[in-house]
Design a protein around this ligand. Structure first.
Ligand SMILES: [Zn+2]
Length: 487
């Protein structure tokens, strides 16, 4: 019985032992099996962020990237992070592009793409320039003060801006190549700050023979109101039967109360003995230059006409010749270069320089002149250093060519003797008074390139007007005040 019991126990324990062994064996086999057949890895790439990804042209953006890892196909929780390579074909243009993410190990590989759309939804920016001193006269179209239009993609679109004036405003619009439109508007500032301009057709002062007929010709134009000639009021009158100086004052206002006043003096001279001694011809050499505009303003203020013997020394002020001619002054030749050594080296050299200046005058005034003044005057001796007898020859040649030269009989002293305005005034007024005593008109030499001489002109004009003088520009019939020729 005992032995049977034991045998049974032994048999039972044998059975108990077999199960774990089988289990271990199966596990071992399946592990080997999985290692041999199922040890597969998978690359997983998933996009983070949007696809497609919209980005604005020119703005900074960031690639949202991808989640990337390698996973064991059999034992899913075994993952290892992977850093994929990233490439794109994005250029500096609008359009559709692709970002490609690619990851690879020796066990797995994957690729994923993202669409990127670069777009322009930003409108251009219009900037209007405006000058606080600028205004538009009533009844006038608006004149553009300036603007810029810049687009983030197209760049400068200033020239593509369209504008429309309507009901006191200007409306601007511009559209970029992606169809984004920007608009802007400005209110027009209307004003009337300019008085009318009165133009006296015979220039300023008029010289009349006794008993001749006087016809007053003038016109007035306003920047807003147009022709206002009919509204000009004239104070004073002229009696051509009685020699004397008659002052006429012309006054006109525009509809916004800007008033213009201008005067002219009509000199009625004795029919038998014209009083030429009461005529002053102011002449200015060596300009136009930086003080010529100021001089023209003074002359306008007193409505005095003068003569400019011009050079091309300061080409930036050439426009003053046009301004002078339009105001009724005489614009004549002095010299293009004022270089004695070259212009007096030969007759041809002189006339070459003369013609050059005459062309410069024509370019500004529209016509050549026959009037001139020799550099240094006809009596100069410096020319003898370069060509013997040249002044004598040039004077004859001028006459043959139909040209007329002028010297002077009043020296202001502004060419070197003085830089004092008061001395210039005294020089001019005393010599003019002396000429009057001798019954001569006065041809005054000044230089509009000297500020202290230009500063004397207003006082000279006031003195002249107070003392009954007429200021006239030189013309082909005027006294020439010739000097004796010394070479
Ligand atoms: Zn000169």
């Amino acid at each position: 019985m005992v032995s049977n019991k034991n045998r049974n126990r032994k048999q039972k324990s044998k059975k108990k032992l077999r199960l774990p062994v089988i289990f271990i064996l199966v596990a071992l086999l399946s592990y080997i099996f999985s290692f041999l057949f199922l040890n597969k890895y998978e690359m997983v790439l998933t996009l983070k962020g949007d696809d497609p990804l919209y980005i604005e042209y020119g703005e900074e953006w960031e690639d949202p990237g991808v989640n990337a890892y390698e996973k064991n196909a059999f034992i899913g929780f075994i993952k290892s992070k992977v850093t994929p390579s990233v490439s794109n074909n994005i250029t500096d243009q609008l359009g559709e592009f692709t970002i490609t993410y690619h990851a690879k190990t020796n066990r797995s590989e994957a690729e994923v793409k993202r669409k990127v759309i670069v777009q322009d939804t930003t409108a251009p920016v219009i900037e209007l320039l405006s000058n606080p001193d600028t205004y538009t006269p009533f009844n006038h179209p608006y004149v553009e003060e300036g603007l810029t239009a810049v687009d983030n993609y197209d760049g400068d679109l200033s020239l593509s801006v369209t504008s429309e004036e309507k009901d006191g405003k200007v409306y601007y619009s511009v559209t970029d190549s992606s169809g984004n439109t920007a608009t802007a508007e400005r209110e027009i500032v209307y004003d009337d700050r300019m008085p009318p301009v009165i133009t006296l057709e015979d220039g300023g002062d008029v010289l009349l023979q006794q008993w001749s007929q006087y016809t007053d010709k003038f016109s007035a134009v306003d920047d807003c109101d147009g022709d206002v000639t009919s509204q000009v009021k004239i104070e004073g009158s002229v009696d051509t039967a009685v020699p004397g100086n008659y002052t006429l004052t012309y006054t006109v206002s525009d509809s916004h109360n800007n008033q213009a006043v201008i005067t002219r003096t009509v000199h009625v001279i004795d029919g038998s003995i014209p009083d030429r001694s009461k005529i002053i011809y102011l002449t200015f050499d060596d300009g136009p230059g930086q003080y010529t505009d100021e001089l023209l303003d003074i002359l306008d203020k007193y409505n005095v006409k003068v003569t400019f013997f011009t050079t091309s020394a300061y080409p930036a002020y050439a426009y003053c010749m046009k301004r002078a001619a339009e105001a009724g002054h005489t614009v004549a030749v002095h010299t293009a270069t004022h270089n004695y050594a070259s212009i007096y080296s030969s007759d041809d050299a002189y006339w070459d320089d003369f013609n050059r200046q005459n062309e410069a005058i024509a370019a500004q005034t529209g016509s050549r002149t026959t009037l001139f003044r020799f550099p240094g005057g006809s009596s100069n001796t410096i020319s003898a250093n370069y060509s013997q007898g040249i002044m004598t020859r040039l004077a004859q040649e001028a006459e043959q060519k139909g040209y007329q030269y002028f010297d002077w009989n009043v020296t202001s002293g502004d060419a070197g003797e003085t830089t004092d305005t008061q001395v210039v005034i005294t020089n001019v007024t005393t010599q003019v008074a002396s000429n009057t005593e001798y019954g001569r008109s006065s041809v005054v030499l000044q230089h509009d390139v000297k500020d202290y001489s230009v500063a004397a002109v207003e006082e000279i004009i006031k003195w002249g007007k107070e003392n009954g003088y007429a200021f006239l520009p030189l013309t082909s019939g005027s006294p020439t005040a010739h000097h004796p020729i010394n070479n």
